[in-house]
Design a protein around this ligand. Structure first.
Ligand SMILES: [Zn+2]
Length: 494
């Protein structure tokens, strides 16, 4: 890549020379945020010049290949990118301009590391483990020894700062024993030792600490920053064993990142929207529920048309929102949640006088607005968010979290199965807490949007599409070969 002047694909379009300033700036702020990161030791010993350390992230997910079977796709990506479409140019001066990695196609901004058909690892966990051992051993060697570029002694050091992906991938790749999967779902769970297993890899909430209790959970999260907790795994994954990590308490657990997009828009946001719509429709004048929902549906489509958004859903009726007794969002595109959140903000504003009379609706309108402020905020900022903005965004998210808990309690008191308390809600709490905590420790925080996987879905989709066009007998090899052809075209177009 260096020879062909292609390192820009990991550096937001900059060459190594022109990125020198932002690399030094990024690492000095990163050091203030994570003073105990092991990179510091190597840099202080003169082993690595920071101007040649490339900050990268690891991403994994499953795509869909032949006959709807799964395909594991692992990739790396630069933290620096070309920005996001929502980027606010006013923030540029404040954060020295390190744009997010959301623009351009997946093939231009992500680099494929491995593809493997699911049938090869689904029945044999040794295959899954071996893949990670091999990939990480390679990355660890690059990180330790550096990669020679040019003819002289010059080297670059890719520094992997975290592992991201959807929740299911995080659990499998990090061998998490404490995760959303261990949340008790029914009364009989106690008999099967499910309750008390812990729902969060970052803290021990769920293991005797009630994550639904705001103060107790916050005290527990605070503890995770000062005291080493029992590791969330029995067998530590290769990533935190082999690579440079943050040596502060539980720094290894924090290597596995929380994605705000999966947590909100593919998580609690769906339940929030569906329950909110079922709550609001009762206050509309039409006599039948079907008519009231289709009124909301047509208003949603108008909203999307006006804002030039893809409504994704062609038909909207009560089934879209589960049922009137137990609402849940029956869609699997995050864009639907994000569209509905924006639409509901406007809809609640327009119907203000109707909503004012009911406390639950008032809280719903306010919570929706705060969640939107958070999402808009993180996408409009750069990679590093200054302290004041981070505090503000943390408060936005916390207000949404509190509004959700209020709705859950109110529904419970009314005997309604609305606003279920999902473990992802605790991840929302963690996100908000981390923003606040980091903002207090340093002048800047890492933008949670850096850990969002929305763009990575595009990359996975492209790789999976390639895998469907090659011989299924040697799929991994052929997919990698075709991928190289594709990026040659994509990179040549730059
Ligand atoms: Zn936690």
């Amino acid at each position: 890549m260096a020879k062909m002047n292609d390192l820009g694909h990991l550096l937001g379009g900059h060459s190594l020379q022109s990125a020198c300033g932002i690399l030094l700036d990024f690492w000095s702020k990163y050091r203030a945020l994570f003073p105990q990161h092991e990179l510091r030791r190597d840099v202080d010993a003169g082993l690595k010049p920071l101007s040649h350390c490339l900050p990268i992230l690891f991403h994994g997910d499953e795509g869909v290949t032949y006959r709807k079977s799964g395909l594991l796709v692992l990739s790396i990506q630069g933290i620096f990118g070309h920005g996001s479409s929502k980027r606010d140019e006013n923030f540029r001066g404040a954060t020295q301009g390190i744009p997010l990695n959301f623009l351009r196609t997946g093939f231009q901004t992500r680099l494929l590391v491995c593809v493997c058909p699911k049938e090869l690892y689904s029945d044999d966990p040794r295959v899954w483990n071996a893949i990670f051992e091999v990939v990480v051993a390679d990355l660890a060697r690059c990180q330790k020894e550096g990669i020679a570029i040019g003819s002289g002694q010059e080297k670059v050091f890719p520094i992997l700062l975290g592992n991201k992906g959807d929740w299911s991938y995080l659990v499998s790749s990090a061998n998490l024993e404490r995760s959303y999967r261990r949340a008790p779902k029914g009364a009989r769970d106690d008999d099967h030792n499910v309750s008390g297993a812990g729902i969060c890899h970052l803290c021990t909430c769920g293991q005797g600490v009630d994550w639904e209790d705001l103060n107790a959970a916050e005290a527990e999260m605070e503890r995770s920053f000062v005291e080493e907790l029992p590791p969330p795994w029995f067998r530590e994954c290769a990533m935190t064993r082999e690579l440079l990590v943050d040596r502060s308490p539980n720094g290894k657990a924090r290597f596995h990142l929380i994605d705000p997009w999966h947590t909100l828009h593919l998580g609690v946001g769906k339940s929030w929207v569906a329950c909110g719509i079922m709550m609001i429709q009762k206050f509309l004048p039409e006599s039948q529920m079907d008519a009231r929902i289709s009124f909301i549906g047509s208003r949603y489509k108008n909203f999307c048309k006006r804002k030039k958004l893809d409504p994704v859903l062609r038909k909207i009726d009560w089934r879209t929102f589960g049922s009137a007794t137990e609402p849940s969002g029956c869609w699997n595109k995050a864009a639907v949640t994000s569209n509905f959140m924006m639409f509901l903000e406007e809809f609640c504003e327009e119907h203000r006088d109707v909503l004012q009379g009911d406390e639950r609706l008032r809280v719903f309108a306010a919570g929706t607005m705060r969640a939107n402020e958070f999402m808009r905020g993180i996408y409009s900022h750069d990679v590093l968010i200054p302290r004041d903005s981070a505090m503000y965004l943390s408060n936005c998210l916390q207000d949404f979290f509190k509004a959700y808990l209020f709705q859950a309690a109110a529904a419970y008191n009314l005997g309604l199965a609305y606003f279920g308390l999902f473990p992802k809600l605790h991840a929302v709490h963690e996100l908000s807490f981390h923003l606040k905590k980091d903002a207090q420790r340093a002048g800047y925080v890492m933008n949670p949007a850096v850990f969002s996987c929305s763009m990575d879905e595009d990359f996975i989709g492209r790789c999976a599409a390639v895998s469907r066009c090659v011989s299924p007998r040697i799929m991994s090899k052929r997919t990698l070969e075709r991928y190289l052809c594709h990026i040659q075209c994509a990179w040549a177009r730059n």
